[in-house]
Design a protein. Sequence first.
Length: 353
Amino acid sequence: MENLRVLILGKGRVGQAVAYYLKKFKAAKKTAFFDNERQIKNFDILIGALPSKVSEKGLKLALKYKKDLIDVSAVAIPFYLKHKKEIFKKGIKVIPGCGFSPGLVNLIVGFEWQNFDKIENIEIEAGTLPAGTNFFFPFTWCFEDLIEEHLEGFSGYKEERLKDIGEGEENKFSSSPFVKTREGEENKFSSSPFVKTREYESYFIEEWNSLLYTFKSQNISFRVIRPIGFFHFFQYLKNYGFFKKENISFTKKILTEGKKDNITLGLVKISGICQQKKKEVLWRIFSFAKKQEKLNSMQKITALVPVIVFNLISQNKIQNSGISFLEEIGKNKELFQEILIIIRKEGILIKRK
């Protein structure tokens, strides 16, 4: 199956980053962006990177033309499950939520699942911050999707302070998976650019993540991280009409034209029982980008995952037809380690405690 031809659905930031890594890894025989349905017959696999308003189009096209689909688009999981039988009947592979969060974080949870006798809690926190300054938000992915996500409402809003991520004393903010280093203690992430004192705010979100369906009985929470003051800034823009239909183009231009060094980070905290003892595992993920780089930190970490998964499919390492969520792939230790090795080679910092 090597030398597959790839058609990318979506020409936005993530779609462009997927094309960048396909070219860099020389992973595909042919790569193109979707323009019309007549193209599809000339390609073997689809990679979906569509904005939310048309995100379901990826699966619809995959079913119509019997093409495998790796989907980064934000599609509600019930939509995939609704078509589960049809996907299997047509003999195609569909891998939803194949990005960062959901995506890489799901892969980690799947890997850790076999290391516990019983998992009691799963906490996931992810977001983007400016590197070296506060009061600025780097819009690193689809502007319209980000605005829509936040317009749906803030819940569980909480301000916190983050200092020198590393191993150390337990964070006083028990609801956050962050760990605070003691003053003067050597930072385990001293090579990371994210070592300065930083304030941030985070809040709970409702996320269409397959973990909620794969691990139904578990206590699972998702939180997003934003720079300090983002909540009030967003509310200000909303109250003064910046997100109205007639103003959104102007707002997008103003908010996205400024570029700064940026960092995308994620934490996955899993707690439960192993050999009749309490056990807790914490994964830290960091992606960093200079403002002048071709890809920002979110593009890097989000686009890497589907391209690596594409390579595994082309090498027949993922063979089963039907829906495969990333947590299911993560249960395969060999595939998990292979994916992790490539991600780390591309400069993404991933640590397990």
